[in-house]
Design a binder for this molecule. Structure first.
Ligand SMILES: [Zn+2]
Length: 123
């Protein structure tokens, strides 16, 4: 009787062990699935980000070439915006001259990243 009892206890702890192992395997599977989904999302994001960047570069290039044709190859278009405004201008835009608290950007990309839109003078 005593030995039988021991046996049952032993097998029930084995069941428990199996349960624990199974739950771990399940969690592991979920984690792997999540990781796969996350990396897919990441890839998607990177692809979009590249497209976005490319798009901005493509938009920028023709303008810069035309404007700086006689000023050598370095781009001289200064990008300015009002501190409380929503649009970025080139510094020779009439709107830009009315801005009292000007802030400047290194690139259109920087401005867009900070939530500004482009004025017609930059398009
Ligand atoms: Zn403008």
């Amino acid at each position: 009787m005593k030995s039988k009892n021991k046996k049952t206890r032993k097998s029930s702890s084995k069941v428990l062990e199996n349960n624990v192992v199974n739950s771990f395997l399940k969690v592991k599977k979920d984690v792997i699935k999540m990781e796969a989904e996350l990396s897919a999302l990441k890839q998607n994001y990177q692809r979009l980000y590249k497209l976005f960047e490319l798009n901005i570069l493509n938009n920028k290039e023709p303008k810069v070439v035309v404007k700086t044709k006689n000023v050598s190859t370095t781009k001289k278009v200064k990008l300015v915006a009002s501190k409380n405004g929503k649009k970025v201008h080139s510094d020779n835009c009439p709107f830009a001259k009315n801005i009292k608290k000007q802030i400047t950007f290194k690139s259109k990309y920087d401005a867009l990243k900070q939530g500004y839109g482009l004025c017609a003078c930059l398009k």
